[in-house]
Design a protein around this ligand. Structure first.
Ligand code: ADP
Length: 268
């Protein structure tokens, strides 16, 4: 089912089937102290295996962003255990978490977060610059990644010379630069029109299906969640539902790309 990757080594990304990548056990997160303390997560357990495509849903204030910050090693839980790729990370220092992030996780944000005065090529090279990759290797890999996301013709354009969808493609190429096994996206189509949204979700779907990259997407939108294989729903700091996408949305193909969206893709 999996194809050979065109980018980087696949060893770290493609271990034996059914290996857990994310193992969260009974985590809590409390913001603040005393009477004003907010319990944003109240005991959440979840396992995500290598190669899954998971959508995190739930109403505003349900704890999705808090959970994504913890999964992304951007913050630490108040209590509980989090193993990422077999390593317990819940007690690590900020510097140790930063090192884990740079190896294990690529991030994609709603607002793209590209450097404005910098070309697409340089934006994609940046994580590799921080990781100490030599100039020539950086340059070659950034070219390959931008071609892979369909921006081979626009590598020297700056973000303001690109459409929203194209900027998000640059951000995805950048997220892939360190060959991380996990891609995390927070409302990645929140600033995009429907055609660009379909293009971006097609890209995630292909990266997941063809390269085995594990994808976790936070979204409010059911038509975006329908591209995943599994939908995890939060409410009031707890997971209240966790099921395959084709069960959650019986009309969708669940993971094969939602059929209605595929039709738009074909006609766009
Ligand atoms: P969602 O992403 O589902 O909207 P959040 O994780 O942002 O939910 O928020 C969960 C709860 O935690 C909310 O009650 C929110 O107000 C609270 N919260 C989130 N971040 C902070 C923070 N930095 N300080 C205090 N409370 C916070």
């Amino acid at each position: 089912m999996m194809q050979q990757s065109k980018v980087g080594t696949m060893g770290s990304r493609m271990p034996a089937a059914a290996t857990p990548l994310i193992e969260v056990h009974d985590i809590t997160k409390v913001y603040g102290e005393g009477p004003s303390a907010v319990e944003a997560l109240r005991g959440v357990s979840l396992t995500i295996f290598h190669g899954e495509f998971v959508a995190i849903m739930g109403p505003s204030g349900s704890g999705k962003s808090t959970f994504m910050h913890l999964l992304g090693c951007l913050d630490r839980p108040t209590s509980g255990s989090y193993r990422l790729a077999g390593q317990e990370v819940s007690g690590l220092t900020r510097d140790q978490l930063a090192a884990i992030r740079s190896r294990q996780i690529g991030f994609v944000f709603q607002s793209f977060n590209l450097l404005a005065r910098t070309s697409a090529l340089e934006n994609v090279e940046l994580p590799m610059l921080y990781a100490g990759v030599a100039q020539k290797a950086r340059d070659e890999r950034a070219h390959t990644l931008l071609e892979q996301v369909g921006l081979g013709e626009r590598m020297n354009h700056r973000p303001n010379e690109l459409s929203g969808g194209q900027q998000q493609r640059v951000a995805i190429a950048r997220a892939l630069a360190n060959d991380a096994p996990l891609l995390m996206a927070d409302e990645p189509t929140g600033n995009l029109d429907s055609t660009s949204s379909v293009e971006i979700m097609t890209l995630f779907r292909n990266l997941n299906r063809d390269q085995g990259i594990t994808v976790v997407v936070v979204t409010h939108a059911t038509d975006i969640a329908a591209w995943s294989n599994r939908i995890v729903t939060f409410r009031d700091g707890l997971i209240i539902d966790d099921r395959p996408t084709r069960e959650a949305f019986p009309g969708s193909a669940g993971g094969a790309g939602a059929p209605d969206l595929e039709r738009q893709e074909a006609s766009s």
